[in-house]
Design a protein around this ligand. Structure first.
Ligand code: CP3
Length: 351
């Protein structure tokens, strides 16, 4: 796999450089889901936007909320404000975000999969690309701009289940009962997601992340077929257009399959969830592989000494490899803002 980039040129963006394998004196930091409801200024724009998808598809507002966390905190990256479920929306599936309930989709059956239409998907997503354009113009040259999409399996769990669930049973049963229809869906998601990520790079993203948020609860064969293989093809397809494209894979909950995932997908950076023991990561993953993670988001809610101790342990565990500091999953709405500021200062070596 072409993860290793030989003697990469420094770009002057500490986070991107780390992803390219150039370790920094202190780890760069961004916070998963850093634009969101824990920020009062986000809630204000969100209210003005009306529907959540309307916020995603209005470039002025989406660019504004992308930049909000960087105004408050000395973060090293902005992440595009959008959602992984804009892809099903662009394919013609009905997607809505109900207040306090999360996403709700009209679940697909085999006929529904056959009716999906990728022809105009990229055009439908053009406002998201315009958001990237706008953010890029406003962003300091030492800050990295992160684009993203959901991984095919994770997006498919929502398309088939209709909403989030704790075990993704609907999608898992569908995949086992209708392997042909399921593979057709995965193939379509690989191709549309690849074109979408390529377009994000062309619009100005420096690196992209593939969110495989539901990589847990899967047996090894299922994991190989529907997590590793689609991620591998997605990475390969993006790099056909953008040679050497820096890509972060975040297979949340991959546990014993994590090393195989990293080896076989060829991702540039591996995202680590918070359940992964630090010793497992440092003993098992090649030293040349940049990692990102893995603070428990609830430690950031509780704050204080326990948060600082754990953050320092994570930094120490990855002192011998390129490391991007992050949470092990998304920041939650009840997170106190002062704890975020404190964490950023700590990671930058200022406390
Ligand atoms: O700062 C950022 O990261 C903003 C961009 C972003 C959002 N969603 C905005 C959002 C990103 C990168 C995502 C990714 C995403 N979306 C994932 C993968 C990461 C993860 O958390 O596992 C997933 C699974 C989704 C699907 C999704 N979107 C869910 C389950 C929900 C509801 C629950 C929740 O996490 O908030 C959303 C809605 C959503 N996406 C919100 C935001 C800010 C909250 C909506 C609101 O403001 O009402």
């Amino acid at each position: 796999m072409d993860r290793q980039i030989s003697s990469p040129q420094a770009t002057g963006k500490p986070l991107l450089d780390t992803a390219l394998g150039i370790k920094q004196p202190t780890p760069p930091i961004w916070i998963m889901r850093q634009a969101g409801r824990y920020l009062p200024e986000y809630r204000q724009v969100r209210e003005k936007a009306g529907g959540f998808l309307n916020l995603c598809y209005t470039p002025t507002m989406a660019a504004e909320v992308t930049l909000q966390p960087l105004r408050r905190f000395d973060l090293d990256a902005a992440i595009l404000f959008s959602d992984i479920l804009v892809i099903p929306d662009a394919l013609g599936q009905t997607v809505r975000f109900a207040e306090g309930e999360g996403p709700i989709l009209e679940p697909l059956d085999p006929a529904g999969i056959a009716a999906l239409d990728p022809t105009n998907a990229l055009e439908k997503l053009s406002p998201v690309l315009e958001t990237i354009d706008r953010v890029k113009l406003a962003l300091s040259p030492n800050k990295t701009l992160i684009g993203f999409c959901g991984a095919p399996w994770t997006v498919a769990t929502y398309m088939l289940g209709g909403r989030g669930s704790s075990d993704q049973a609907k999608a898992r049963i569908f995949a086992l009962e209708h392997p042909e229809a399921f593979s057709a869906l995965i193939d379509m998601l690989v191709e549309v997601s690849a074109q979408y990520l390529v377009a994000q790079f062309r619009a100005g993203a420096d690196i992209v992340q593939i969110f495989e948020s539901w990589a847990l609860n899967l047996d090894e064969e299922f994991f190989a077929a529907y997590v590793i293989e689609p991620n591998r093809r997605l990475v390969e397809r993006v790099r056909e257009f953008i040679p050497g494209a820096p890509i972060t894979g975040f297979p949340r909950g991959a546990a014993g399959m994590l090393k195989t995932y990293a080896e076989q997908t060829g991702v540039s950076v591996l995202g680590l969830d918070y359940a992964l023991p630090l010793g497992f990561a440092s003993d098992t993953l090649p030293k040349s592989l940049p990692v990102q993670g893995n603070l428990d988001p609830l430690r950031l809610v509780a704050g204080g000494q326990q948060m600082e101790d754990r953050a320092r342990k994570i930094i120490a565990a990855f002192a011998d490899r390129p490391h991007i500091f992050n949470l092990g999953h998304g920041i939650v709405p009840q997170t106190p803002i002062e704890n975020v500021a404190r964490l950023v200062d700590l990671v930058h070596g200022r406390v």
